[in-house]
Design a protein around this ligand. Structure first.
Ligand code: TNX
Length: 508
């Protein structure tokens, strides 16, 4: 493993500065402090020389680089940088005073990048466009928060020279949005996607169906949205994504190197589906829609052959419009079935999901079923995910007592629940996923994900209040190998201005 090395002359100078004299000297630029989140693997910065983009700075990209990345760099620094990105001819060098993106197969790791800053240039190298995208996010955060205000006049944007070499600890760095309990409009989901990308989060799990709402159009089963999508917790108007809107979200996320993971929770958490399609019920009669927040009362009629064509239609249509390799079948909190009924159902769903070309994911309860090692188990409470690890399967760590974003910060938080405890930002950050689940070691952990359940949130501001800053803690947990709470907390304080600049309604 590479050693983590952070050389920050400015930081140590600030730490041993003498007490302030009575009459302060003429104002000076404060020392540069690193506020990049998540913390990169190695950072060497030299504040004594700087790169400062100006109206003559250009963006250069190599032959194979995704051109949207060049445009993205230009837009981050517009209107300071005036010209669009230039694609370099093979073998030629970038001009002086440029920000240069280069694909380099010698960089180890699919999502790694290398960022070198001299007084006259910035060079980001990576093996993949995803790595370049992460390098650009680091570059963005090296600049002061005023980079987030493109219309501000007289901005002085500069970064110290130096070298950052970075790669993620885990392949899966996720967030989950529950859009079922309350519906979140596509534009609000996009807003989340934009902000998650800033922290190198690469999975957005959408919890698309639960007791209170069905949120995705299924063309062969239109009653799912016509009935199941018509309400939400508290009885509001609900809503759903049309297939075009879903595809648009998938593409929007993909352009930010985020893979959408669709979840249809089953066989429990299915009241909205049961209310929409009578034959999913054992007595063939649909129950009424449900707008409360109880869990565990609903179940598909798993012994009836007539439910499987419906489930096949759902998995097929969603899989066809999801380029990512995953399909999440939920599987949590089932109290209305026997254990053999439950396990048999999970195994049938695994065949259906695999037949549609996807890797199945399910909550921890699915672990005792006969699962393929390709299936992924998402741990959220004490479960038997060690059984899955023992068969060579992967586990996503979403420990509710650490990473549940719908847990209240403390007893004074108005929004959220507290059945798993109160989760402060430190709770979310200051623990170790590789030693948390008995029998599940680092090698079995594909990564971490922070779920935001939405029983108590309606407006996107409320979702943000619970998500930020804890999602940033989760992002660093997933990315950074050598973490320390004090350092993180300091960078987070410095980052606060950027959250404000982005208009994020972070909880404090
Ligand atoms: C448990 S976590 C649930 C959800 C609730 C959540 C509320 C999980 C797999 N199931 O249905 O929304 O608690 O915190």
């Amino acid at each position: 493993m590479k050693k983590s090395r952070i050389i920050l002359a400015a930081l140590s100078l600030a730490a041993c500065a003498p007490p302030k004299p009575a009459t302060p000297p003429a104002p000076q630029t404060p020392p540069y402090e690193l506020s990049v989140l998540p913390l990169p693997q190695t950072v060497e910065l030299d504040e004594s020389s700087r790169f400062r983009p100006d109206s003559l700075t250009t963006v250069s990209i190599d032959a194979a680089v995704d051109s949207t990345l060049g445009l993205y760099v230009q837009s981050l620094l517009a209107p300071i940088i005036r010209t669009g990105p230039a694609r370099l001819a093979a073998g030629s060098q970038p001009p002086a005073n440029s920000i240069y993106l280069k694909l380099d197969p010698t960089i180890v790791g699919d999502e790694s990048y290398d960022l070198l800053t001299t007084p006259s240039s910035v060079t980001i190298k990576a093996r993949s466009n995803a790595g370049l995208f992460y390098g650009i996010q680091t570059l963005r955060q090296l600049f002061p928060s005023s980079i987030e205000h493109p219309a501000a006049v007289g901005r002085r944007l500069w970064i110290p020279t130096g070298h950052i070499a970075d790669s993620p600890r885990f392949e899966w760095r996720g967030m989950m949005l529950d859009v079922s309990r309350h519906f979140l409009e596509p534009d609000d989901v996009k807003r989340f996607i934009d902000h998650l990308a800033l922290y190198k989060i690469n999975r957005l799990h959408l919890h698309l169906a639960d007791d209170q709402g069905w949120r995705i159009e299924i063309k062969s089963r239109p009653s799912l949205t016509a009935i199941g999508g018509s309400t939400q917790v508290g009885g509001g108007k609900g809503g759903f994504y049309t297939q075009d809107e879903y595809r648009d979200l998938v593409a929007y996320a993909a352009a930010r190197y985020i893979t959408i993971v669709p979840e249809i929770d089953m066989p429990g958490h299915t009241n909205a589906a049961l209310a929409s399609i009578p034959e999913l019920n054992c007595d063939g009669v649909s129950p009424p829609l449900y707008t409360g927040i109880r869990v565990g009362f609903s179940a598909l009629c798993v012994d009836s052959a007539r439910i499987y064509p419906v489930l096949e239609d759902i998995v097929r249509e969603i899989s066809a419009m999801t380029p990512g390799p995953y399909f999440h079948i939920g599987g949590d909190e089932v109290t209305k079935l026997t254990h053999p009924q439950y396990l048999g159902f999970i195994e049938k769903m695994q065949s259906i999901v695999n037949a549609n070309g996807k890797r199945m994911i399910g909550w921890g309860e699915i672990a005792p079923a006969q699962l393929s090692p390709q299936t992924i188990v998402q741990n959220w409470k004490k479960d038997s995910s060690f059984v899955h690890a023992a068969r060579g399967g992967k586990v996503i760590v979403s420990a509710s007592s650490k990473l549940y974003l719908d847990m209240q910060y403390d007893t004074t938080t108005a929004l959220g629940l507290h059945w798993a405890g109160y989760n402060t930002t430190r709770t979310a950050y200051d623990w170790e996923p590789a030693t948390f689940i008995p029998g599940v070691q680092e090698a079995s952990i594909i990564g971490v994900e922070a779920p935001l359940w939405a029983e108590t949130v309606i407006k996107v501001e409320d979702y943000e209040y619970l998500a930020f800053p804890r999602i940033i803690a989760a992002a660093e947990l997933g990315w950074t190998r050598h973490r320390d709470w004090e350092g993180f907390n300091r960078r987070l304080q410095l980052h606060d201005e950027r959250l404000k600049a982005l208009g994020i309604n972070a909880g404090r």
